[in-house]
Design a protein around this ligand. Sequence first.
Ligand code: SF4
Length: 111
Amino acid sequence: MSDDGIRPSDVGGDDAPPVETKPYKIIFEASGCIGTGKCAEVSPNWDLSLDTGLARPRTYYVGEEELSHNVRAAEVCPAKKGRGVIHVIDRRTDEEIAPDPEGDGTLSVDW
Ligand code: SF4
């Protein structure tokens, strides 16, 4: 649970698939993306949009089998001085799995 009243698992609307099938969620700070394409190099979930020059995920909800490459994308993202703009959240605990710059699961999104 975050201190500021925003539960990461609540972000993103009502069309979420069940937690049982997709336990992880992406929160993407598109406004902080600097278009390096590093995420797309390591994860098939990420693409650079030709229209905007910014990254975009194919899906925001992730199962166990897609977790590792999305974590990798979050870890390699150099935006925000290396803190990253791709956030992988465990919907069951509301903790940030990656990039987790604080090291304690705190959501590192700049709202
Ligand atoms: S790695 Fe980060 S900054 Fe680079 S394109 Fe992907 S989201 Fe944007």
